[in-house]
Ligand binder design. Structure first.
Ligand code: GTR
Length: 423
């Protein structure tokens, strides 16, 4: 490990020591990982092995239900419609290569409403474009310099670098996140891309679920009520409801993707909504792709204490008791099977446990193989910048920090080309 990397990890450790007065020092030492046995995705809870594809379907439901009950919370069904209104459209963006439009999606339930804005970049060269769908962290306007893209009115995380105070978006943040959204490159490769500000679906703070979709649906709460990660996943499904009606998009070729906490939401959306034909986890870490039992970097205790609103109350039962979890995150990845899945890590993102993310994909491979697919064709963790993309599960680790970069996007597009044809 280089000195600077060590320093970074130390700083991260210091920053994360005090959560509600309790000490937390993340473990970054492989030799200190507790011994663990992973629950087998191919054995039912009563010990019966899974012997057929039909039995896997039943086991899949069993695993899904356990994740709902113990971790993400049970999502309510949705019978309401999604009313779509295009509030801005430019058919000749990017020198005529793309159509940019922003669609206001209004979800109506009883007499209440929730609005979320879907910003779409669609290639003009193609009739039925495949699409990448993912949330952004600070508002659609941060992903572009286009002055017509709306400034979110929802609660936003404060950020000193972006001069966001009082939890309000402001004009000076227009375009501050364009690096994470390489629209030009995506369009040039024939893909469409859609993004929504995640806070419009559920503002990311602990308010006992009084706002966002929770307020829209007003579900009674209990120990397995849906929390924020599930709410964000649910919002992606509502965007999917709309995308199925957009004639410029191919609804059978929609990949759901997300970075970090939004990667957790993307994987859960992929697990719960099989309309997503591909799932991409970018540095999703604890509560996403990483194996919880490794307790490397962020742990179940730490995430539940720092972000008490992300998971259902039941999940706290497993604070420092990961060995009692009836599942682990490799089973979450297995729920994506047989659909293509991409898991990506970054070298300086030890907090998210790159090795745990890789091992999770390796374990999920057992289910893919059971279904006659390759899964991830790698037993050893590849070197940085050596993506393994020739299986049904892809993996790469990139040099650098916790982020989603052009390099990451390029690999996702290479992977998608394999299934959906290069343009
Ligand atoms: C961190 C959190 C991670 C990850 C990250 C992010 O503070 O511990 O689980 O979600 O935030 O979303 O950027």
């Amino acid at each position: 490990m280089t000195k600077s990397k060590l320093l970074l990890l130390t700083i991260l450790g210091l920053v994360t020591t005090a959560v509600f007065g309790q000490e937390f020092t993340p473990n970054y030492d492989e030799s200190k990982i507790p011994d663990y046995t992973l629950p087998n995705a191919l054995v039912f809870e009563d010990g019966t092995p899974v012997n057929s594809v039909e039995q896997w379907d039943a086991r899949r439901k069993e695993i899904l239900h356990l994740f709902e009950k113990e971790m993400y919370g049970i999502m309510p069904g949705w019978e309401g419609g999604v009313h779509a209104e295009t509030v801005y459209q430019n058919d000749t963006a990017m020198a005529g290569q793309a159509t940019v439009k922003e669609v206001k999606l209004t979800l109506k339930y009883q007499r209440r409403e929730l609005e979320m804005y879907l910003l779409l970049h669609i290639p003009n060269s193609r009739k039925n474009a495949p699409l990448f769908l993912g949330y952004n962290f600070y508002g659609n306007h941060t992903t572009t310099h286009d002055p017509k893209v709306h400034l979110t009115r929802s609660w936003v995380n404060n950020n000193i670098d972006f001069n966001i105070t009082e939890n309000k978006a402001n004009e000076s943040t227009r375009g501050v996140r364009i690096k994470r959204w390489p629209y030009q490159e995506i369009i040039a490769r024939g893909y469409a891309v859609g993004t929504i500000y995640y806070g419009e679906v559920d503002p990311d703070f602990d308010d006992n679920f009084r706002n966002g979709v929770h307020a829209l649906l007003k579900q009674p709460s209990d120990s397995s009520s849906w929390a924020s990660v599930a709410a964000w996943a649910w919002g992606l499904s509502r965007a999917m409801d709309y995308l199925e009606t957009d004639e410029k998009i191919d609804p059978d070729r929609i990949a759901v993707l997300g970075h970090s906490r939004l990667g957790k939401a993307a994987v859960w959306a992929g697990a719960t909504d099989e309309r997503f034909a591909m799932v991409i986890s970018n540095n999703s870490g604890c509560g996403g792709a990483a194996i919880s039992r490794r307790q490397y970097g962020e742990t179940v205790w730490r995430i539940n204490n720092r972000f008490p609103h992300w998971f259902t109350p039941n999940f706290s039962k497993y604070n420092e008791k990961e060995h009692l979890l009836p599942f682990d995150q490799h089973q979450l990845l297995a729920l994506i099977a047989p659909r293509p899945l991409y898991v990506a890590s970054a070298t300086d993102d030890q907090w998210a446990d790159p090795k745990g993310e890789f091992l999770s994909a390796v374990e999920a491979t057992k289910v893919y193989r059971f279904l006659g697919l390759t899964g991830l064709p790698a037993a050893e963790m590849p070197k940085p910048e050596s993506p393994v993309i020739h299986g049904t599960i892809a993996y790469h680790i990139r040099t650098g920090k916790h982020d989603i970069t052009l390099y990451d996007w390029q690999q996702y597009m290479n992977f998608a080309d394999r299934f959906w044809g290069a343009w």
